[in-house]
Design a protein around this ligand. Structure first.
Ligand SMILES: Nc1ncnc2c1ncn2[C@@H]1O[C@H](COP(=O)(O)OP(=O)(O)O)[C@@H](O)[C@H]1O
Ligand SMILES: [Mg+2]
Length: 306
């Protein structure tokens, strides 16, 4: 059945460009599916956003925003208050998952292995008071590897706390050597795990969004026990974090002492990317779900706590 679908895109987080790229694909798929897709560019002006939504009166809102305000429960709260059905996680799920420090605590309580880690002031981290290398510094509520610094040894340059654009408090984690595994969950069920091998460095912003910067191996060629555990943990994380719709959980897999190695949970993305290089569409395609079918599923799965 043809639906009027508002596509929330852009936003004003550091991931604006990623969202615009995701939304381009979604709008094209909506057209192919015969829906009436309405692009809604989200800016700081809430009045315009509310006016757009009230004017168009969509049947469904596809939230294609990433990062702060779009992925952390803020926009979800507005959509709830307007009584609109929207895709993916609600207010609680979005805010729990987007806070990496809270997410790892809840997952740990469920028996999921997480790297040794703690929240600390960036200043203290840089003064060497928190952890000895190798460790990783990351903002608590960002995505797309924005602000992630891997401090492998004493010689690695540290970020400057005076020009740090994120919150003063950061998550500091033990660096886990090995491999990069990402798992897609669709409606409570893990549908597959992919391995990413960046050609140089780590899976940073450039490796995520520039073609040819990383190899994607689907399904992840890891020991079957580790593969099964990755799927199980991603489902558990989706559940304990109260996620809905589609999510993607990221793991490190330390096989440096042989297979099966040890899997470590990093984070869950309640609004995973849908760009041409994004992983959820690639994992879905491998299980026979096309990009358009994924979008159709999101349209049907969208809901609101009325
Ligand atoms: N503890 C860690 N050990 C090794 N690499 C890490 C660790 N934490 C993050 N990374 C690297 O940084 C990337 C981004 O970190 P992640 O926690 O997934 O945040 P986000 O993707 O939201 O920016 C990971 O995909 C991984 O390559
Ligand atoms: Mg990640």
């Amino acid at each position: 059945m043809k639906k009027k679908v508002a596509v929330l895109m852009g936003g004003f987080s550091g991931e604006r460009e990623v969202s615009l790229s995701s939304a381009q694909g979604v709008l094209k798929a909506l057209q192919e599916l015969g829906h009436d897709g309405i692009p809604v560019d989200v800016t700081r002006c809430m009045k315009t956003l509310i006016h757009n939504l009230e004017t168009h009166k969509p049947d469904v809102v596809l939230n294609i925003l990433h990062g702060r305000w779009g992925e952390d429960g803020c926009i979800q709260g507005l959509l709830e208050m307007m009584g609109l059905s929207y895709s993916n996680s609600g207010v609680l799920g979005s805010s729990l998952a987007m806070n990496k420090a809270v997410a790892r605590k809840l997952c740990q309580l469920k028996g999921i292995r997480v790297p040794e880690g703690l929240v600390a002031k960036l200043q203290d981290v840089c003064e060497g008071k928190v952890m000895k290398p190798p460790y990783v510094i990351k903002p608590i509520g960002e995505g797309s590897s924005l602000g992630v610094h891997i401090i492998l040894d004493e010689k690695t340059p540290l970020p400057d706390p005076n020009s740090w654009p994120f919150e003063d408090e950061v998550l500091v984690e033990r660096y886990i050597p090995g491999r990069e595994i990402h798992v897609a969950v669709m409606g409570k069920k893990a549908i597959g795990a992919i391995e990413i091998k960046p050609h140089t460095g780590f899976y940073d912003y450039e490796a995520k969004y520039t073609d040819g910067k990383a190899a994607h191996l689907m399904p992840a060629p890891i020991h079957e026990q580790a593969y099964a555990q990755a799927l199980e943990w991603a489902e558990k994380a989706h559940k304990v974090l109260e996620c809905r719709g589609i999510s993607r959980s990221d793991f490190r897999y330390d096989d440096t002492k042989g297979e099966p190695g040890e899997l470590y949970y990093l984070e869950t993305n309640p609004q995973p990317g849908l760009t041409p290089l994004s992983l959820v569409p690639e994992i879905a395609a491998h299980t026979g779900i096309s990009y358009a079918q994924l979008v159709q599923w999101m349209v049907e799965d969208a809901s609101c706590r009325r």
